[in-house]
Design a protein around this ligand. Structure first.
Ligand code: FCB
Length: 448
């Protein structure tokens, strides 16, 4: 295996998806609490009030991480736990909790990776429309400061924002995630403020020697459905929308012109909320890039309509291809291609796979075990895909599987299962799946 010394294998979760205990230690409401109350917002009508009960059972989580032999664990801080009112008062009980958890990981030799914003913005910040308002940037800096002051002396890897595109798309354009806003113009503003938030949080973190700031992007390689010039243009356009709109400003190139024009045309107005100086406040602050990779997009040309702001549409792959239970195509080779492309387009940027996984509904069989063969294969094939990229020169520092355990999958509720560990939501019991066991073995074989 060509994995470099210090390459880290691990798993990831986020606060709102695993913690439960939404009303303890002075936690304030987050946008997901309010969103979950809207009729029909969450499939099955569930909410995150118990989830995996990780806030209470955090010692069990540490034991599970140890049992699997994970070298790194990515988790997030509950933003509305630390700043219950959005600004001002800092809740020290929340910081105490995360400090205990972080120290327990360090004690067993696990490298912590902390995400600051994994979507649970305090509901109080909706007074300025959440990320739509530029006030969100200052509020995020305040939060970053509270967390960094407590933990940046011992944590090296920091994710400022998780998936700016998904926040903007699902949270502010389609209204399918909290805060449930459905407005293209607002989503473009929100995305910009999320990126500015990365900038201010990175500046806060950099006041602590050794802290490395990165943003985790949901990257989807975009392939044309055919060789026709208009499909090739559709794939390029979609790449601008999904990938380059975030990669370019973060990694020092500024916003891509092609996508800027698409937005101005679609919105019928200039993007004047992007002010002089903003590009400089976003760029040049990433010590590394987090990559959340699940699948690719196969794109074809399409006419712009009132419902379709851009001249492209997702058509998906032709024919029978491997898919997860949620129908996403499983295509590990696209991950290799993505890593090599990033290595070329954004040289000197260390990369980390901050999420990768799949939805498979396997549950315990008569022997009490979970034989999730497809997840085991998916995991192995994606690790091999990373290996191929590393072999070809890409600077990848680690691989984190999503997720350590089944959890609250946002608007899809508890139906999709993505864990290396099965969670029985009725009893709280956790059962390591076959995929978890085989991952543990893979890590043992490749541990340095
Ligand atoms: C990503 C999210 C993560 C989880 C996975 C399946 O978009 O970052 O919280 O929901 O997808």
């Amino acid at each position: 295996m060509p994995f470099p010394d210090g390459f880290l294998f691990g798993a990831a979760t986020s606060s709102h998806q695993v913690e439960g205990s939404l009303d303890v230690d002075g936690r304030g409401e987050s946008v997901w609490d309010a969103f979950a109350r809207l009729p029909g917002a969450i499939e099955g009508g569930g909410d995150a009030s118990v989830a995996c009960d990780s806030y209470r059972l955090w010692r069990d989580d540490v034991a599970l991480i140890e049992e699997l032999g994970l070298q790194a664990y990515r988790y997030s801080i509950g933003w509305s736990r630390v700043l219950p009112d959005g600004r001002g008062r800092v809740e020290t009980r929340a910081l105490d909790h995360y400090e205990r958890f972080t120290d327990a990981l360090l004690d067993i030799g696990v490298t912590p990776m902390i995400t600051l914003n994994h979507w649970d913005m305090p509901q109080a910040l909706m007074s300025h429309e959440g990320w739509v308002g530029r006030e969100s940037v200052g509020a995020f800096a305040e939060y970053a400061e509270a967390v960094a002051d407590r933990l940046a002396d011992r944590v090296e890897w920091w994710v400022t924002q998780n998936e700016p595109w998904i926040i903007a798309l699902l949270g502010y354009h389609l209204g399918l995630h909290a805060p449930g806003v459905a407005d293209l113009g607002k989503s473009v503003r929100a995305a910009h403020h999320v990126l500015l938030g990365h900038g201010v949080a990175a500046d806060v973190l950099h006041r602590h020697p050794g802290a490395k700031a990165g943003c985790a992007l949901s990257l989807f390689p975009c392939d044309p459905a055919s060789d026709a010039a208009e499909d090739v243009a559709a794939a390029r356009g979609s790449d601008g929308y999904v990938n380059r709109w975030f990669l370019d400003p973060l990694l020092a190139k500024g916003y891509p012109e092609d996508m800027w024009e698409h937005y101005e045309r679609a919105l019928g107005e200039p993007l004047d909320f992007i002010r002089a100086g903003d590009a400089d406040a976003i760029a040049g602050r990433s010590d590394w890039l987090g990559i959340n990779y699940y699948t690719r997009r196969v794109m074809a040309h399409a006419e712009v309509t009132p419902q379709r702001p851009f001249p492209w549409r997702v058509v998906g792959p032709r024919g029978d291809v491997p898919r997860t239970d949620e129908s996403w195509e499983v295509v590990p080779s696209s991950l290799t291609g993505l890593l090599l492309r990033l290595h070329e387009d954004y040289p000197d940027t260390p990369m980390f796979i901050t999420e990768n996984g799949g939805i498979y509904g396997d549950s315990p069989t008569h022997d009490g075990r979970v034989h999730d063969v497809r997840r085991t294969d998916l995991l192995r094939d994606h690790v091999l895909a990373v290996e191929a990229a590393v072999d070809a020169g890409a600077d990848v520092r680690g691989y984190l599987h999503w997720s350590l355990m089944d959890n609250f999958e946002w608007a899809m509720g508890y139906r999709p299962r993505m864990g290396l560990t099965y969670v029985d939501y009725r009893t709280g019991e956790r059962i390591v799946k076959d995929s978890g066991r085989s991952y543990a073995e893979l890590i043992r074989n490749h541990a340095h």
